[in-house]
Design a protein around this ligand. Sequence first.
Ligand code: IPD
Ligand code: CA
Ligand code: CA
Length: 266
Amino acid sequence: MSVLLDVAVEAGRKAGSILLDFTKSGFRIEHKNPINLVTDADHAAERCVIDHIHTRFPTHGFLAEEQGRIEQSPSPYLWIIDPLDGTTNFAHGFPAYCVSIGLEYRGRCVLGVVFDPSRDDLFTAIEGCGAQLNGHPIHVSNASTLDNSLLVTGFAYDIRESPRNNLDHFAKFALKAQGIRRTGSAALDLCYVAAGRFDGFWEVKLNPWDMAAGSILVKEAGGRLTDFLGCDLSLYGQELVASNGHIHHAMLTVLNETPVQKNSSP
Ligand code: IPD
Ligand code: CA
Ligand code: CA
């Protein structure tokens, strides 16, 4: 497993330096929809990660955001890659983005690497071995109430069209938490829960490449991951709640409250 981790770290660092190079040289932006961007940097970083890992492990499978599923052969190993999580931030020069590389073995996430090149933050985890930031062990926070918690969330790119756009949950948590942030990088949000920088994170309609690496970071740092009903997180599901464990029940309660009725009085 440590050989797999070394290769994933090399790939993450290489792709991270490609992203930084693009911030200096400039990049082309295309639109997947009016607010969903993709840049040359996303494509180049993804090619870099896949090529690097494929050279070392030619039989392994890949699921990557821009290229989709690449089947080399029926292998129990599946690398799940977001080459640039936080593309909108990247495109605006806001330094909150990362390379996210997770590894599933027989359908279970066993390894995660998230590299933030702007801060040189390298988050790593191997199943059963704990979570680390730049080689130092990290743990979730001790916050035990929403009143004392800094939460984070995000919004999917169909926010304008879909009624399931998370604004209802955001409004409810805004009145219960100490504070809420929206960083624009789900993989970093998960790593920040793992590092105790955030106490809880929820979002709807994330993709496996947003969650794979960060989810094992949270688990290995002592946190809890479920859907909104409290069932174990599925990387292929629609809902994610990640927390330090202590506030998990309180978060689920808020997520399952019936929507606040609009009052006719001012
Ligand atoms: C997005 C980010 C964002 C989350 C979106 C994701 P991208 O990924 O993780 O925080 O709210 O749902 O799609 O497009 O920057 O790779
Ligand atoms: Ca993403
Ligand atoms: Ca991405």
